[in-house]
Design a protein around this ligand. Sequence first.
Ligand code: EPU
Length: 427
Amino acid sequence: MDQLIIKGGVPLYGSVVISGAKNAALPLIAATLLAPGLHTLHNVPDLRDTRTMLKLLEILGAQWERTGTTIRINNDRLTGVEAPYDLVKTMRASVLVLGPLLARSGFAKVSLPGGCAIGARPINYHLKGFEQLGVTTRLEQGYVEGIVEGRMRGGTVYFDIPSVTGTENVLMASVMAKGKTVIKNAAKEPEVGNLIDMLFAMGAEIEGKGTDRLIVQGVDQLQATESTIIPDRIETGTYMIAVAATGGSVTITNCNPSHLPALTEKLLLCGVDIATTEDTVTVSCPDVAGRSICPLQSVDITTLPYPGFPTDLQAQFMALMIQAEGTAIIHETIFENRFMHVAELKRMGADITIEGSRAIVRGIGRGKLCGAPVMATDLRASASLVIAGLAASGTTQISRIYHLERGYETMVEKLQGLGAQVAKVKE
Ligand code: EPU
C-alpha cells in the first residue's frame, strides 16, 4: 500500500488547476444510461471513483473511451441491469444507476450499500421516491430490485432531508415518466444543477434548477448529448484551506468561487485574504513580520446542505482551526460519524474534545503541530491529515492513502507544484 510522506512547515506559493467535480461526474456518467447513442462528457476527473462508475457502465453493456479529460460513452446496447456487490461496496454512489436503469429498462438491481466510515447512509429516501413514481421495490439477498409495470408515472416526492444523490436518482427516474413529477425539498447542490443542465440538453423538461422544488414534465425519449463537468468545489476548498494553514499565496484556477460562499466567509473571518474572479480564487495570508503567515482567528462552523458549510470540507477546516487562536465549535449535522480524523489530528498535537455531534477545537496557535505517523480513514479525513501534515513541523507519514485517490486528482503533483515537500512511497 502507498503512503504519503510530508515534510511540513513550508508555505505554499504558485498556482494550481482544479479538476472536474467527482460528485458531478458520477451522476452525469450514470445519466448517460438514459439514452442510446454517443455521449460526450468533458472535464471528467480521472479518479478511483470515476473509474469505478465507468467499470459499472461497462458491466451494464456500455462502451467508453477517454481522451484527456473527455470521455465518450456509447450506450446503444445495454445488456445488464445489475450493479454487483463488489463494485457497490467500493463506491456507494453506484446506486446512481438505479434511477436511469429504471427509466430506460423498467428493471434494475443494485446491491444495497452497507454503512461506511462516515455514517449509516441508508438509501430509503431514494426508494421512497421511486415508489411515488410507480416503481415496486424489494430487497432480495442484499440486493434492491426495482420493477416498473408499463411506463413510470409522474408523482410528488418529498425528501425529509434534501439528499443529494437521492434528488439526482429520482430526477433521472422521472425525466421519462408519464406526466408531471414534483420533487419537494430537493437538494440544491451545484452538482444537482450540473445534472439538470445535462438532462435539459438531452431533451428533458425540468423547472426550478437551484431551488428546492423541481418540476419535471416527462418526455417520451431523450437523446445523447455533450456536457461539461463543473469544477470540483471541494477540491477547490481543500486547497484554499491548505494555503490558509501553511501560509503563502496561491491562485487556484479553473474553479467556480461562487460555489463556495460559506467557506469564503469563514476564511475571511479567520483573517485570510481572498480575491476572486469568475473562475479563479487567490488565497493569501497577510504578511506578518515579513512572513506570509498571519495568526488565525478561531471561527465556528455548522455543516449544512448547500449553500451552507459543506460537510465535505469539515475535516479540512478542523485541520485549520487546530492552529488558530481561541476555541472553535465544529458542528457536524449531516453525517453521524464524521469525526474519525479527530483521533489522528490529536496524535499531531491538536486539542479537540468531541461532544456528540460537536467538536470543541481549542486552537494551539501556529507552528505548534508536530508531524506523526497517522492513518487515513475516509476521503475527506485524509485531506485533513494532509493539511495538518503540510502545516506541522517535522515529518508526517499518512498510511491508507487510497482513500485520497478516490477523490483528489494528482494531489501529490499539484502540491509539489506549490512547493510542498510531499512524496508518495510504498509502505
Ligand atoms: N439520508 C438518509 N436516507 C437516504 C439518503 C440520505 O437518511 O435515503 C441521510 C444521510 O445518511 C445523511 C443525509 O441524509 O445523513 C444527507 O445525505 P445525502 O443523501 O445528501 O448524501 P449522499 O447523496 O449519499 C453526497 C455526496 C457526499 C456528500 C453528501 C452531502 C456524492 C456521490 N456524494 O452523498 O460526498 O458528503 O452528498 O453533501 O455526491 C464525499 O465526496 O466525500 C462525499 C461523502
